[in-house]
Design a protein around this ligand. Structure first.
Ligand SMILES: [Zn+2]
Length: 88
């Protein structure tokens, strides 16, 4: 009897849960989005993907810039350290 009851509740769970439920796009563009695309509509999801790719490539450029900047700082600090040593 007990096992039969748990089976029943399992069925109700799967029927009440709707993975294809649509919600309004959070960008308030008036379109509907789906959970698979973070509730974004297809248009805003594409924009989001493009922005994400741009951010990823921008991060690589930033890493290279920071590396070059660090080298310059290291060269400057080492030369000033030599000057201080000569002074004293
Ligand atoms: Zn949208």
């Amino acid at each position: 009897m007990g096992s039969e009851g748990s089976k029943m509740s399992d069925n109700t769970d799967s029927t009440s849960f709707q993975p294809s439920e649509t919600k309004l796009c959070p960008n308030e563009c008036g379109f509907f989005g789906v959970v698979a695309t973070m509730n974004l509509c297809s248009k805003c999801y594409r924009d989001f993907r493009i922005t994400e790719e741009h951010a990823a490539s921008a991060k690589v450029i930033m890493d290279k810039l920071v590396d070059g900047f660090r080298v310059e700082i290291c060269a400057g600090s080492s030369s000033s350290a030599v000057e201080t040593a000569v002074e004293s």
